[in-house]
Design a protein around this ligand. Structure first.
Ligand code: PEP
Length: 251
């Protein structure tokens, strides 16, 4: 059966990359995407904010999209060190990751803050990738689906549609650890997320749901084929050209 949702493979470079290496990585990904000529999937890279404009320029006309890793909820003002969604857009971004578990943990971002950031993304014309995921303790307590539901209800703004929202399911214990849930576990989580979204959005069936957490070139085909998975949010493996392209190929 043909997919109704175009897969999205997003690379989250996190706080990695100085200009020379980052531009080589961006150009390598752009060359690979150009050669592959994919019409049936989208590839996005999210470099650090300092490199966004240069990376956007480096991938120009390749079809590779660029996004931010975070934004402030306000458009401008006295927020030293922060970057607004409008600034990301001005640098060439089309997407922004909000609510990544590292920001929830490191910066105390609550569901309410994440929702405000998603609204800021809309205001600037960006698509937010809203991240949710349970901790190991929550999983072991059998609370995974309840946690995902609470995070979704708290983090997804009213009025979201498939064109204005991407959700990434990222079990916190799977990020950067080499551990992954089984494919039935991923499928169950995604089915639940889609079910909850049907109460929050008009077209939940068309919203793209990404899986993230230790995706690599070897496990991508299996993880990304799980039910209701429409691509991946990739951390460590997005820093290697061949590995990231292999994941995009598997999608
Ligand atoms: C992430 O941080 O979004 C992520 C999925 O990281 P990794 O692929 O390294 O687990």
């Amino acid at each position: 059966m043909a997919r109704s949702r175009q897969p999205l493979i997003a690379g989250n470079w996190k706080m990695n990359g100085l200009k020379a290496d980052a531009l080589a990585l961006a150009k390598g990904v752009a060359d690979g995407v150009r050669q592959a000529g994919w019409q049936d999937r989208a590839v996005l890279i999210c470099p650090p904010a300092t490199l966004l404009a240069a990376v956007a320029d480096a991938v120009k006309s390749s079809g590779v999209l660029v996004g931010g890793q975070n934004c402030h909820a306000k458009a401008s003002g006295a927020h030293t060190g922060d970057v607004s969604a409008e600034m990301l857009r001005d640098c060439g971004a089309s997407h922004v990751i909000v609510g990544h578990s590292e920001r929830r943990a490191d910066c105390g971002e609550t569901d309410g803050i994440v929702r405000a950031k998603a609204e800021a993304a809309w205001r600037a014309g960006l698509v937010p990738i809203v991240c949710i995921g349970e901790t190991l303790a929550e999983r072991e307590a059998g609370r995974t689906l309840a946690v995902l539901e609470a995070q979704l209800r708290g983090s997804v703004p009213l009025g979201a549609t498939a064109a204005t929202l991407v959700v990434a399911y990222e079990p916190v214990w799977a990020i950067g650890t080499g551990k992954t849930p089984t494919t039935p576990e991923v499928a169950a989580a995604h089915a639940h997320i889609r079910q909850v979204l049907s109460n929050l959005t008009a077209d939940a069936g068309s919203v793209r749901l990404l899986y993230g957490g230790s995706v690599n070139g070897r496990n991508a085909a299996e993880l990304l084929a799980a039910g209701d998975v429409d691509g991946g949010l990739v951390g460590g493996a997005s820093l290697k050209i061949d590995e990231f392209l292999a994941i995009a190929k598997a999608a």
